[in-house]
Design a protein around this ligand. Structure first.
Ligand code: ATR
Length: 286
């Protein structure tokens, strides 16, 4: 039931109708008996700033932000009392905006927390603080992943991208622990990798994933895909066929939703509901 005190939060994106965030957050709200609701917003592609600025003052509690607005969400925090977290600044993007009653905004990025949550759940024996991590791709998702890994203490990150300049720009933003490579240098890039993350858009919707120099990959290397439609991407299926441990993008989605939920509604999500099973059912039905 919607009451006179219902807290409102949501997700904003374009398009947004396939977002699974409303499903996840509303199950947590219902199972936890929280008087709140989580809805989806889709302003015009050039209308994010007008939309979000109109929420200052706390018209709603906050927003998760998805493509293509994550960079613009970071720029929202430009006023005197506004705050930007270190991870959002390093990522160059925000996926969480909180609207305080004094008119200020706080922007954060919980995608990195989602990535670490996914690794902790599905590859608990991997010690990221001593691992070389290879990231394929150099878009916003790759930069966010690299930033989160460096902040979490990963000693070395190699970014492999067909457009070298984009990989180099992430490396120069994040410092000497991050190095840039093109796919033809993949053998050097993959040598000694503890984990390989697909942060390209390849594999989305069931297409072929990015190329991997399998002969340069050691036995224990863990493979992670940020794409979760389909859950087992071509990239993960090929890694699995070679006996590698896999981490899928669905736990990353859930892992970024958890701290967002707590920021919106003031308490962590209840463990009594299995949102992974619910999201999986939705993915399979789609
Ligand atoms: P996001 O913000 O989700 O990371 P993006 O910025 O569009 O999305 O980045 C997509 C990534 O997938 C990029 O690294 C892109 O490579 P380029 O930087 O060279 O464009 C990569 N990508 C997309 N299609 C690709 C393809 N066919 N082959 C190789 N890389 C591809």
């Amino acid at each position: 039931m919607i009451s006179g005190q219902t807290l409102v939060a949501g997700v904003v994106g374009w398009p947004v109708r396939h977002s699974m965030s409303p499903l996840i957050h509303n199950h947590w709200l219902q199972a936890g008996g929280v008087d709140g609701v989580y809805v989806a917003f889709s302003p015009p592609k050039d209308g994010f700033s007008a939309f979000a600025s109109g929420l200052r003052g706390g018209a709603i509690r906050g927003l998760n932000v998805t493509l293509p607005f994550k960079e613009q969400a970071l720029s929202l925090a430009s006023g005197a009392g506004d705050q930007v977290s270190d991870i959002a600044r390093l990522s160059g993007a925000a996926n969480l905006v909180l609207f305080d009653s004094d008119g200020s905004v706080r922007v954060d990025n919980t995608d990195g927390e989602g990535l670490l949550y996914a690794f902790a759940r599905q590859a608990p024996s991997l010690n990221l603080t001593s691992a070389l991590v290879v990231i394929l791709g150099a878009g916003g998702a790759a930069r966010g992943a690299a930033a989160a890994l460096i902040l979490a203490g990963v000693p070395r990150v190699h970014i492999v991208n067909r457009t070298l300049e984009k990989a180099q720009s992430i490396a120069s933003a994040l410092g000497p622990k991050v190095q840039a490579f093109v796919p033809t240098q993949a053998e050097a890039a993959f040598d000694g990798a503890g984990a390989v993350i697909n942060a390209t858009s390849l594999g989305l919707g069931g297409g072929e994933g990015p190329a991997v120099p399998w002969q340069s990959v050691s036995e224990g290397t863990v493979f992670m895909d940020m794409v979760y439609r389909p859950l087992e991407t071509d990239f993960l299926a090929k890694a699995k066929a070679r006996g590698h441990q896999m981490v899928d993008g669905l736990d990353m989605l859930i892992g970024q939703a958890r701290p967002s939920f707590e920021a919106f509604f003031g308490a962590p999500p209840t463990p009594s509901v299995d949102v992974r099973a619910i999201a999986l059912a939705q993915l399979t039905a789609a």
